[in-house]
Design a protein around this ligand. Structure first.
Ligand SMILES: NC(=O)c1ccc[n+]([C@@H]2O[C@H](COP(=O)([O-])OP(=O)(O)OC[C@H]3O[C@@H](n4cnc5c(N)ncnc54)[C@H](O)[C@@H]3O)[C@@H](O)[C@H]2O)c1
Length: 354
């Protein structure tokens, strides 16, 4: 069985949990809105199911509620920012807003953000930028648990390191490519495990480095106390992209890379290097609009292959999911809901419907 919530009701309930966990009413609302937007967008892995993890991180002293960003270097069109372990949904938005201001002034901005607590769906930041007509490129690393194995390796050495590119398109919805460099997001394995599902071949290796379809190997410690690992997408190419995210999102951001044995800490930190470009200030604005529009028109004329109802560009699936889930509600599986109820109780909120 599962529950179905309208987005508004879910936002309200989740904000109560976050407030009980120490956030101001404003912060709780902002984080809850962001998480519910991830569910609406079809990415349950980065939606309200993250709340138990946030509560645990908060209780351990990792996540710092009501903490804003701190600018540590200001070179005008180049910014270095410390997220100070604040909610990524808050410090990430503050950092992108400042970077967008600078891109408006200078035509572009390179922004390095370190030590943000989990930034959630990276596409959220690209959507903010494309709404202002900016191109946005984000390289992100994850400091939490090394859940992804290197190409040719047999244990986890780094995180699911997402990469995201947003491009505004004239007269149509933007291109927003936003993906984990693992074959799938770790959160999707949590959801699959909670729902008791197996996953396709090629996603995972177990705690001995052998292929498996059991998502539990990356969710709960196995018999030898170790976890399995996700595999990178696209073999050596996706692996290379993941390492670029670690070197840029981790090292260049100043937030740090992963190079220690795994532990059971619940904190999830993200580092992110963002590049914003105003196409109208690059001297190629008119050609960009003409050529981007002409290319996407041409692209969309490819006849759909068997098994596809129509062609899409990145960003379309999220927009379709939003329209559907706004209408039909958001389904939350029992396991995820029970974890949220338990998390609420840990911070003194006892009246969430069990
Ligand atoms: N903060 C973190 O630490 C962290 C870590 C990993 C992932 N994430 C987030 O997890 C989310 C999910 O990542 P994922 O790898 O599971 O995503 P995914 O595999 O679902 O891929 C999503 C991307 O593919 C595009 N896409 C999907 N179907 C398409 C189609 N038919 N045609 C064209 N484009 C299509 C989507 O528009 C989107 O850009 C992302 O929002 C990512 O930012 C965050």
């Amino acid at each position: 069985m599962a529950r179905n919530f309208q987005a508004g009701a879910l936002r309200q309930q989740m904000a109560r949990v976050l407030q009980a966990a120490g956030s101001s009413a404003d912060e709780a609302r902002q984080v809850a809105d962001n998480l519910v937007m991830a569910n609406l967008s079809g990415h349950d892995s980065h939606g309200i199911g993250m709340i138990p993890r946030y509560v645990e991180s908060r209780l351990e002293g990792g996540l710092q509620p009501n903490t804003g960003m701190k600018v540590t270097f200001d070179g005008g069109a180049m910014l270095a920012i410390d997220g100070q372990h604040g909610y990524g949904q808050v410090v990430g938005v503050q950092a992108i807003e400042l970077a967008m201001e600078r891109a408006a002034q200078h035509g572009s901005c390179i922004m390095a953000l370190g030590n943000a607590h989990h930034l959630g769906r990276i596409g959220h930041f690209a959507e903010m930028a494309v709404a202002r007509g900016l191109v946005a490129v984000h390289f992100v690393n994850v400091l939490s648990r090394p859940v992804v194995a290197p190409w040719g390796g047999s244990d986890g050495r780094f995180g699911t390191n997402p990469c995201c590119i947003g491009i505004p398109l004239p007269g149509r919805e933007p291109f927003v490519l936003d993906f984990a460099t693992s074959r799938v997001a770790q959160g999707k394995m949590r959801v699959a495990h909670n729902e008791g599902r197996r996953v396709p071949d090629g996603y995972l290796i177990d705690e001995h480095g052998r292929p498996t379809t059991d998502p539990g190997v990356v969710v709960v410690p196995q018999s030898n106390g170790l976890l399995g690992a996700l595999l990178p997408f696209g073999e050596h190419k996706g692996y290379g992209m993941a390492i670029a995210c670690e070197l840029l999102g981790g090292a260049l951001s100043g937030g740090g890379t992963w190079h220690r044995q795994p532990d059971m800490r619940r904190e999830v930190l993200n580092g992110m290097v963002t590049i914003l470009i105003d196409p109208q200030r690059l001297g190629t604005g008119a050609a960009f609009e003409q050529e981007a529009g002409a290319f996407v028109d041409w692209l969309m004329q490819s006849p759909p292959a068997e098994g596809f109802d129509r062609l899409r560009i990145a960003g379309d699936p999220e927009r379709e999911a939003r329209a559907k889930r706004e209408r039909e509600g958001i389904v939350v599986d029992d396991h995820t809901w029970a974890e949220i109820v338990t998390a609420g109780k840990k911070v003194g909120l006892t009246d969430l419907p069990a």
